[in-house]
Design a binder for this molecule. Structure first.
Ligand code: ATP
Ligand code: LTN
Length: 337
């Protein structure tokens, strides 16, 4: 049965292969069977210090990147979060439903504030409430994301449930749709940390960008950290090889044990060379399409405005119901004097 899906990505920099394997390629797949809403979450990108010009540029670049990966604005609704003001409005209402304790337990907040919770922005603390508003506004069932977002989707369910029991059933309870392979791709230079856009700014060799040229991708894969052994095998004591095999498996659609057999006795050098070829073959069409799309940023912005019109039409009835049930009443229709 066709269900509605919603997911978001921050315009915080160049996307990487973890974003692609953990989320974006599933977005592309899902748009054929489901009614899909995909959102570039610019308000979320303001939860860490930002430069206005860079935020604006990254938003357009993220649209090009999503289209280059295969998101199709004719088969899904692709839009920018701040273009639909209901996201911010619903966030406030949900902030008044959320509890300090449940937000304090969010792992992403704990990681990002790194123990300095008194000096980080309040937006970082309420980040998951805005994320809940994103999904609940559209009555989405499925939220295709990587493993790191599981806890945030649990919170959305809790907030939706609490709101429904306090004010009457208003929201669909969403569930996380997390892929079986590749839901958490690790950094190439440190297998204890997930590959992340923000980390790639300070440690470029930690990740593989979707729009990176073949020579640079190959170089990064060949110099990716590995253990001191020779056996191409996943599992205990081999976190680096496990990560590289997971990337290979996700990209080629071949199970890890089959890859272990294929590369038995061949050593890390040959394995990495084959992985580099597979990654380049998968990403090269994305890079070329991205460059083409970035040739006309005006067209990308027009496409995003059209997406926002479609999104706003679906969000409005939910926001109207929320206003009605919480006692805010109908929106005022303002005519400028
Ligand atoms: P940032 O470092 O700016 O937080 P990010 O790399 O974590 O960026 P997001 O925009 O937060 O990327 O996430 C976009 C999507 O990609 C989410 O669904 C997230 O779960 C998924 N994702 C992010 N990193 C990984 C990863 N290393 N492996 C698998 N999926 C990932
Ligand atoms: N927090 C998410 C991005 C995000 C999102 C969403 C994902 C914002 N709103 C709604 C799914 C649904 C992240 O950092 N990956």
């Amino acid at each position: 049965m066709s269900k509605r899906v919603f997911s978001g990505i921050q315009p915080t920099g160049q996307g990487h292969i973890g974003n692609y394997i953990g989320a974006l390629r599933n977005w592309v797949r899902l748009q054929d069977e489901h009614e899909a809403f995909y959102c570039i979450v610019d308000l979320h990108a303001m939860t860490m210090p930002w430069d206005p010009k860079v935020l604006r540029r990254h938003t357009t670049e993220k649209a090009a990147e999503l289209l280059a990966c295969g998101v199709d604005p004719d088969r899904s609704v692709l839009f920018v979060q701040s273009h639909v003001p209901d996201h911010a409005e619903l966030q406030w209402v949900l902030t008044c439903v959320a509890r300090m304790g449940e937000l304090r337990r969010m792992v992403q907040f704990k990681d990002r504030s790194r123990g300095e919770s008194e000096s980080v922005g309040v937006g970082l603390f309420t980040y998951p409430v805005l994320q809940a508003a994103d999904v609940l506004l559209y009555q989405a069932h499925g939220v295709p994301v990587g493993e790191d977002q599981r806890q945030h989707v649990e919170l959305m369910r809790d907030l939706a449930q609490r709101f429904n029991s306090n004010f009457g059933v208003t929201f669909t309870l969403p569930e996380a749709w997390i892929p079986e392979v590749g839901a958490r791709i690790m950094a190439l230079d440190d297998p204890t940390q997930k590959m992340s856009k923000s980390d790639m700014e300070t440690r470029p060799s930690s990740g593989l960008m979707l729009t990176e040229d073949p020579a640079s991708l190959t170089k990064k894969i060949k110099s990716a950290k590995t253990d001191s052994g020779t056996e191409v095998r996943a599992g205990d004591g081999k976190p680096e090889l496990t990560n590289l095999l997971t990337i290979f498996s996700a990209i080629e659609g071949v199970p890890v044990p089959e890859l272990e057999t294929r590369f038995a006795g061949s050593g890390y050098g040959a394995f990495k060379a084959a992985l580099a070829d597979a990654v380049v073959a998968a990403l090269e069409p994305i890079r070329l399409r991205y460059e083409e799309l970035m040739g006309d940023p005006g067209e990308l912005d027009r496409m995003l405005f059209k997406g926002a019109e479609k999104a706003a039409a679906v969000a409005a009835p939910t926001m109207d119901a929320v206003r009605e049930r919480t006692g805010l009443g109908p929106r005022a229709v303002l005519t400028p004097q």
